[in-house]
Design a protein around this ligand. Sequence first.
Ligand code: ATP
Ligand code: MG
Length: 414
Amino acid sequence: MARTETPRRIRGTQDIFGDEQRRFAHVLSTFERVRALYCFQRIDIPVFESTAVFARSLGETTDVVSKEMYTFEDRGGDSLTLRPEFTAGIARAYLTEGWQQFAPLKITTSGPVFRYERPQKGRFRQFHQIDAEVIGAAEPAADVELLVLADQLLRELGIADGVTLQLNTLGDAETREAWRAALVAHFEAHRGELSEDSLTRLEKNPMRILDSKDPKDRPIADSAPDIDAYLTPEARAFFDAVTAGLDAAGVAWERNARLVRGLDYYRHTAFEFVTDRLGSQGTVLAGGRYDGLIGSLGGPETAGVGWAAGVERLAMLLDEPPAAGIDAVVVPMGTAAEARATGIVADLRRAGVAVEMAYKGKMKARMAKADALGARFAIILGDDELAKGVGAVKALATGTQTEVAFADLAEALR
Ligand code: ATP
Ligand code: MG
């Protein structure tokens, strides 16, 4: 008889458990705490959108839109796409929900995103992002606040030391056009030395050649003209205000004149937090200013700036997964104690104490379980204890044991 095959996990997806889950949850809870310190509101948006939302706002020539999207037709015949990032969906929500009335809107979100990529360390097909955006603020102060928030998040995660903030400006529209012409002239002059991919980029999206990872392109990308000579006084002033803000807030940064975002609506600030600890998956957090995005979706011209970070990449950088750390394990010995323990455990949990019940196996195995769970105390309940109305509370770090009346247990454990 043919055996039913066990279902497989889809390539590039994850089942997150144990230490890995604790790292993951720690990143999310730290983000949740830090975003509240900066008075950003949490929002939630759909996991899928009309394909046009991403195609129009990310641009047909980007890797994400041209090769990485999970696009499908639903039963009604509409073309839908699983979100490959958050910004486009947030911009769509801003328009459909009339959030203009709340501008400037400081928001965060997090959740799964989907990209059809070759899976490897730090690169998945379903991964998770945390995301922060300020919509409706054209001032450099918004860029600074987002960057200081990102820096504090990395510090609180204990990973700021190995991570560098690389910063660039893409100028305003006038700057960008002049710089773009200079880049095209430079690349045209080195046509013969460019990679196949970069020849395509030269036609469609020449700025992207600057961040090509192909070693063949690097010398030509590295010798390309910087934007600096083309900055208008306004664009220069904007960039200076951002860097002055970072300096005032004590956030270290480095200029990276090769850092670009390919799409026309990106303006001014572009940045990445990078590490060399994750091989070629070294960008942990990236973003910039996208003042033309909402206009390109058919909305009123609206300034915007934001960033996204990969939860898995941040989690991989954490030194130690935070301890599970429960308060106590209750160890009832015998049927009467077990019956009584059910009520005691329920009372302790209602009083806010994290308790596990170890009701299986020999005493030794149960105490080992208490250790493995990282409990601070074991509460042993035998016939003697029941008769006296106490639990034998053992501090697992020291081995010290004291008797505590049932009514006082919660207080003693907190
Ligand atoms: P990369 O150059 O690594 O492909 P990207 O430029 O495509 O990154 P963004 O679109 O800026 O990345 O996404 C923001 C963050 O999301 C990245 O800095 C990274 O931490 C994370 N990220 C991107 N793609 C993946 C993936 N496939 N798996 C896990 N994390 C990812
Ligand atoms: Mg990518």
